[in-house]
Design a protein around this ligand. Structure first.
Ligand code: GLN
Length: 485
């Protein structure tokens, strides 16, 4: 049996029992990447040599690997997370040659847990996008249909998991970038509560929204990875200092008696009937499993896109001011003076979507417009958050679609930014509210494209959405089919 198709928990058992060695397993993944990734372009860079060396080191250890939760597990990391000594481009030409001098906290934690790093995953430039077409190094293709996008911005991370080019991966989600690509690629993606996972070493896009989370082949794997990366970190003052529960053992508890809300605003106009059918069937499944289903309202949902596309670009315009050709990344060599060096470096280094966001963000923050745009958007954000808090008075968690349509064609939306922004309508509100969300496979379209079910929970209730996702998954088979590659 090809070990690359196994889940992390299956691989873990085999590695501990020494039925397979870490080096042998890593080799399998590297061979597969070599064979398939020229077509998919899920990876921007590989760390094959180091990965094999690290794996060998694990194989030589005589002690019990069982004490390391991820011993020998080969992972892919979205290229927006700093890896010491390994190029971290954020999918941008401006950081094409940037080698961070330190590891992000999540990398340290994974390393200490015994994980092996295969390489850095492709993404929309600075995580701005929903299709991975905004990568400065060319798009990633969807393993289910290479003429389509894998979603974004963590498209490389999701495609790599779906195509068995890694055992699991890390993505980041600012407005849907873990959940939506997971849904488009037929894998599991979890966006934790804002602050649950340290952002130290994550290159900032919109600091009040960014979160790192796992993308995996099943829900148990997502629980395993979250277990390792969650927790307070002194180096990120926005990380939450609450104890990390035992996510893995929590998932086995049945969902009988849970109250699950269906937000009526999430079945939007223009939604594909196939997506709606798959999600409604999933809801009935949860009801069969003993959950109580109720309709709820999140009345400010329709303002989510407008609020997000003010707040996120505003924060981005400020965060991206640091790329000035002096401290990091690209610097043009032939500039006359300092100002033209700034201008030319930024003009050449940033792609069109990033420039659009910087202009939007600078505009909404500028004197005279701040109150009308940024302040107003922040107020709307509070209303959206309150919608969720009200809903969670009545129900334990929410079930909804992740995206209105399955994976679209490469090029289909790329010259219409507004259409691209509108496709985020069902993931942005949870990001604005800071609550956790997970995407779990719940079916396929008639064209064979995966569809995801989104489960949203109250702040810090990752345990609950993982449990619902796991119980649903245990009683369905939508997570089992593999793309033919
Ligand atoms: N698609 C959204 C955007 O372009 C969200 C991206 C993300 O979550 N990083 O901003």
């Amino acid at each position: 049996m090809d070990p690359t198709s196994l889940t992390i928990h299956e691989l873990r058992d085999r590695l501990i029992r020494k039925e397979i060695g870490a080096r042998e397993l890593t080799r399998h993944f590297l061979d597969r990447i070599e064979r398939l990734d020229t077509r998919l372009h899920a990876y921007l860079a590989l760390q094959g040599e180091t990965a094999l060396r690290e794996a060998e080191r694990l194989d030589r250890r005589s002690d019990d690997l069982g004490s390391l939760p991820l011993a020998g597990i080969p992972l892919a990391i979205k290229d927006v997370i700093c890896t010491r000594g390994v190029r971290t481009t954020c999918g941008s030409r401006i950081l094409e040659n940037f080698v961070p001098p330190y590891d992000g906290s999540v990398i340290e934690k994974l390393r200490n847990a015994g994980a092996i790093f295969l390489g850095k995953a492709n993404m929309d430039e600075f995580a701005m996008g929903s299709s991975t077409e905004n990568s400065g190094f060319g798009p990633t293709r969807n393993p289910w249909d290479p003429s389509r996008v894998p979603g974004g911005s963590s498209g490389g991370s999701a495609a790599a998991v779906a195509a068995d080019l890694c055992a699991g991966s890390l993505g980041t989600d600012t407005g849907g970038s873990i959940r939506q690509p997971a849904s488009f690629c037929g894998v599991v993606g979890l966006k934790p509560t804002y602050g649950r996972v340290s952002r130290f070493g994550l290159v900032a896009f919109a600091s009040s929204l960014d979160q790192i989370g796992p993308i995996t082949k099943d829900v148990e794997d997502a629980a395993l990875l979250l277990q390792v990366i969650a927790g307070h970190d002194q180096r990120d003052s926005t990380s939450i200092s609450m104890p990390v529960p035992d996510y893995v053992s929590g998932i086995r508890q049945p969902i009988k008696g849970l109250r699950l809300g269906i937000p009526k605003e999430y079945f939007v106009q223009g939604m594909s009937p196939e997506v709606e059918d798959a999600v409604r069937t999933a809801i009935r499944k949860c009801e069969e499993l003993g959950a109580e289903i109720m309709e709820v309202s999140l009345p400010h949902t329709e303002y989510g896109v407008a609020a997000y596309y003010i707040i996120a670009p505003a924060e981005a315009s400020s965060n991206l001011a640091r790329y000035d050709g002096v401290k990091y990344g690209l610097r043009v060599s032939n500039a006359r003076d300092l100002l033209s060096m700034y201008r030319q470096s930024r003009s050449r280094g940033f792609g069109p979507e990033v420039k659009r966001r910087i202009m939007l963000g600078t505009y909404v923050l500028s004197a005279g417009y701040y109150d009308a745009y940024y302040r107003k958007a922040s107020q709307v954000r509070t209303l959206i958050r309150q919608d969720f808090l009200d809903a969670f008075e009545r129900c334990d968690a929410l079930l909804a679609p992740v995206a209105p349509i399955p994976a679209f064609k490469i090029g289909e939306k790329s010259d219409d930014p507004l259409q691209m922004y509108l496709s985020d309508v069902l993931t942005l509100p949870a990001s604005l509210a800071g609550i956790p969300g997970i995407s779990v496979p719940c079916g396929f379209s008639s064209e064979g494209l995966p569809i995801g079910l989104q489960i949203l929970g109250p702040h810090l209730r990752e345990d609950l959405i993982l449990r619902i996702g796991y119980q649903y998954e245990q009683h369905t088979e939508h997570h089992l089919p593999r793309p033919a590659l």
